[in-house]
Design a binder for this molecule. Structure first.
Ligand SMILES: [Zn+2]
Length: 149
């Protein structure tokens, strides 16, 4: 199923962990979740794809509650609602991706540079905070700080 110009539903559901552990509900999201994923693709990922002119790799999109628990995701993670994705772009570092998000003037909820490994971006219609944060590990705990430009 196609969600937007550049993204298929499968890309937003893919999880090797869910496959390995036989978590079937990961691959059967509700209509509400699908609509949230579609908004994320249309409002955030497609415009970013256009801005960078390169394929966007989604390392984690939707996470059913079971999968989120297994991987130790935050209890209130927007991934559970299908409102967030973790992304990478081959040949671009996180700072370049985040700069492209700013340049494209995308309306988003939270954009988080996570552990210098990927960029988390979410979309929450009507409640977008346009917040730039950085996630790092401090004594084994995740701490968030404002992202400096
Ligand atoms: Zn994330």
């Amino acid at each position: 199923m196609r969600l937007s110009e550049h993204f298929m539903l499968d890309e937003l559901l893919e999880s090797q962990t869910a496959r390995r552990k036989g978590i079937d509900e990961q691959f059967n999201p509700s209509d509400e979740i699908k609509l949230n994923l579609q908004s994320l693709c249309i409002e955030v990922l497609d415009p970013l794809r256009k801005e960078v002119g390169l394929p966007i790799y989604i390392s984690s999109g939707y996470r059913c509650k079971k999968l989120n628990r297994v991987i130790g995701g935050a209890l209130n993670s927007q991934h559970i609602e299908g409102k967030a994705s973790d992304i990478k772009v081959k040949g671009m570092n996180n700072f370049e991706i985040i700069s492209a998000i700013r340049k494209a003037g995308i309306d988003f909820d939270q954009c988080i540079e996570e552990f210098e490994s990927w960029v988390h971006i979410s979309f929450n219609r009507g409640n977008n905070r346009n917040q730039f944060l950085k996630a790092s590990l401090l004594n084994g705990k995740v701490v968030y700080s404002p992202l400096k430009f």
